[in-house]
Design a protein around this ligand. Structure first.
Ligand SMILES: NC(=O)C1=CN([C@@H]2O[C@H](COP(=O)(O)OP(=O)(O)OC[C@H]3O[C@@H](n4cnc5c(N)ncnc54)[C@H](OP(=O)(O)O)[C@@H]3O)[C@@H](O)[C@H]2O)C=CC1
Ligand SMILES: O=C(O)[C@@H]1CCC=N1
Length: 270
């Protein structure tokens, strides 16, 4: 990867995480480009990362790998802008929720390899999970390049493209559900009389410890939950309330809504 020039087109929240991961992984700043819509954002990217920030067409003409970090609704305009500048063989990597590799292929020169990636914001802590799917013209080598780009952000895995909307519902949007649950635990702790800082420390460390247990023990969540739940105890009392309020059904419906939204983003942007 280090001998290739990588451009992040639309370096917002996710695009900047990809750029930062690339540079953290030792990629030379001289071979990294970024684009932005607002001049103040361009300046911020230059100052923070020491990369060149150029126009979209100039970046597309120079780079060997283009990571597309704009919102799905902005992708069509961006692709129209770069179409005539993309060189044959340039690898295009989409970060966009919902949009298919076919959406990109239709708007790029014939044969352009496209790889679709769904990552998530824990990338900031090197703890993302990035799910990678090749499009029609993408080879194993292209997928390997995408894996190299996303590995500094955290874990990577390959999934068939037809699973990407479900992946988006579970892990792309997933951090927001976890933050909401932790936020609710903090508020509940405050309601029970704990100082806010104490409630926060307890809730955050409990989320971290539980996630670590899930990963390192390899046990099913049910087994770990049962180990916490004493007969007639406090946990059973709490879990009964969560079930009574329909937590499980709410999660099923929520992730279904996220998946449907991803699918409709694709339908609105064919
Ligand atoms: N946020 C998340 O947790 C995740 C997001 N994604 C996907 O990543 C993509 C980006 O999301 P996110 O980073 O949150 O969004 P942001 O709004 O933070 O980033 C998008 C960036 O694209 C820039 N932009 C838009 N149009 C152009 C253009 N024509 N030329 C140059 N720059 C442009 C915007 O500039 P400006 O700021 O000036 O408008 C903005 O900086 C989306 O497609 C989303 O589906 C995927 C996984 C997780
Ligand atoms: O909310 C969104 O649409 C984006 C995609 C996944 C996470 N954030």
């Amino acid at each position: 990867m280090s001998e290739r020039t990588v451009a992040v087109l639309g370096a917002g929240t996710m695009g900047e995480l990809v750029l930062a991961g690339l540079l953290r992984g030792g990629h030379p700043a001289g071979r990294a480009l970024a684009t932005a819509r607002r001049p103040e954002r361009a300046e911020q990217l230059r100052a923070t990362h020491g990369v060149r920030v150029v126009g979209n067409a100039a970046a597309a003409a120079e780079a060997d790998v283009l990571a597309i970090g704009v919102k799905p609704q902005d992708a069509d305009a961006l692709l129209t802008e770069i179409r005539d500048s993309v060189r044959p063989g340039t690898l295009v990597i989409s970060l966009c929720a919902g949009l298919t590799t076919a959406f990109f292929a239709r708007r790029l020169p014939e044969g352009t390899p496209v790889v679709r990636v769904m990552t998530n914001t824990p990338a900031l802590a090197g703890a993302a999970i990035s799910a990678i799917s090749p499009g029609a013209h993408a080879t194993d080598e292209h997928v390997a390049l995408a894996e190299e780009l996303f590995r500094p952000l955290g874990a990577v895995l390959r999934v068939p493209e037809k699973q990407q909307d479900a992946v988006t519902a579970v892990s792309g949007s997933g951090p927001a559900y976890v933050y909401l649950f932790v936020e609710a635990m903090i508020e509940a702790g405050v309601l029970l009389g704990l100082p806010r800082a104490t409630a926060r420390e307890l809730a955050v460390q409990t989320a971290l410890g539980s996630a670590t247990m899930l990963r390192e023990s390899g046990e099913h969540p049910v087994t770990l939950r049962e180990a916490v739940t004493s007969p007639g105890g406090t946990t059973a009392a709490a879990l009964a309330e969560l079930e009574r309020h329909g937590l499980r059904a709410a999660v099923l419906d929520a992730l279904g809504a996220a998946r449907d939204r991803a699918t409709s983003l694709a339908q609105q942007n064919t």
